[in-house]
Design a protein around this ligand. Structure first.
Ligand code: SF4
Length: 367
């Protein structure tokens, strides 16, 4: 729902000022799914609003459930643009929604299914928040709720900063969804002006950086944005972010077999982190195992998952160099809902993981 439109229509209808707050609470707190269901406003008003204000910006197109319990939802916006989100259920009972901030992406990382589909447009704050509301409504009958939101789906959040900020404030609003700021995380590919702006915000929202390579040459191949904001600009910006906020920084490192997963790469990564004392003091490297995918014509992926021996050796170097690290659980790879796979037409390979015992299992902090 477009709240500005709602407010202006209520004003035009000369409704009392409390009506807006009443409806906002009903939608974002009580999770009502239509004006008709908001029983504490008069029936004629509900009927008028039904005619004048679209209740939803998004319509569900399909929903896929993974064998691991994660759920991917595909929505159509009012202009028919496709938007994808994933609900990730964790064993500890937490329920995380991974939201998209753009339809497609402008950044075009080499390993990313979304990047390959190009960019359509940025999403509005309402379109971002409604991805969360959809899953919140689905969980409610089971007595469950969305506990965390991560801005890690399609799109680069800092290339849609204003709408992302409005969505965060709406999720955090006491008269709205009322989610704690510490339960919200934003992940960037390394847009330095966005990091500076985020660091200056008066909030406790978490920041994650997708690093994926410890040197400019390799990082520019994997993430072309590195040509605009190379490591010598990115790392000092992250150092300043940690110094200013005193908040833990999550450093995402996607392990691509034979490309960035050698002990040499691990040493270079440790060197890089040790060069920035604030980042070293308060960051955790999150190792992510790449999920190979086939393209829509069935061609195999040009990137591979790391071999288990490489993974172990990489982690061992980080341990020796006293770098904090963790290994992210991988969810939804069978429904293309895993990291870097949020893009409508991509189908996953059904290749066995190289280490079934470890693939998709969190490794814990391994300082
Ligand atoms: S990894 Fe993120 S920033 Fe890179 S192309 Fe994909 S969606 Fe965009």
């Amino acid at each position: 729902m477009d709240l500005q439109q709602l407010e202006s229509i209520l004003n035009d209808m000369q409704q009392p000022a409390y009506r807006f707050k009443q409806i906002k609470l009903a939608v974002y707190k009580e999770l009502k799914d239509s004006f008709g269901a908001i029983e504490n406003i008069p029936l004629p008003l509900r009927r008028d609003l039904d005619r004048l204000v679209p209740f939803s910006e998004l319509t569900l197109t399909t929903e896929q459930q993974s064998t691991d319990g994660s759920v991917k939802a595909l929505f159509a916006a009012r202009d028919h643009v496709s938007i994808e989100s994933v609900l990730i259920p964790y064993a500890d009972g937490s329920r995380t929604v991974c939201v998209s901030t753009e339809a497609g992406c402008q950044v075009n990382c080499a390993f990313c299914a979304t990047g390959h589909l190009g960019f359509t447009r940025v999403l509005t704050a309402s379109e971002i928040v409604e991805q969360v509301l959809y899953f919140a409504r689905a969980l409610k009958p089971r007595g469950e709720r969305v506990t965390n939101v991560v801005f890690m789906g399609e799109g680069e959040p800092f290339l849609n900063y204003d709408n992302v900020k409005s969505a965060i404030l709406l999720l955090n609003d006491n008269d709205g969804f009322n989610m704690g700021q510490r339960r919200i995380s934003v992940s960037t590919s390394g847009i330095v002006p966005g990091i500076e702006r985020f660091a200056a915000e008066d909030w406790q929202v978490n920041l994650a950086i997708s690093l994926h390579a410890p040197v400019n040459g390799l990082r520019s191949i994997l993430m072309p944005i590195n040509r605009t904001y190379p490591l010598e600009q990115l790392m000092p910006a992250l150092d300043r972010y940690v110094a200013r906020t005193n908040r833990k920084l999550m450093i995402e490192y996607l392990l691509l077999g034979g490309l960035n997963d050698s002990v040499h790469n691990a040493d270079a990564l440790a060197d890089l982190i040790h060069n920035y004392k604030e980042v070293l003091r308060l960051s955790v490297i999150n190792l992510i195992i790449y999920n190979p995918v086939k393209d829509s014509s069935g061609h195999p992926d040009r990137f591979k998952a790391p071999r288990i021996a490489s993974l172990r050796a990489f982690e061992e170097v980080l341990n020796k160099r006293e770098i904090a690290w963790t290994r992210r659980a991988s969810f939804g790879s069978d429904i293309s809902g895993a990291c870097g796979q949020l893009a409508g037409e991509v189908t996953p390979t059904m290749e066995e993981p190289r280490d079934p015992a470890s693939a998709g299992v969190s490794g814990g902090v391994g300082t």
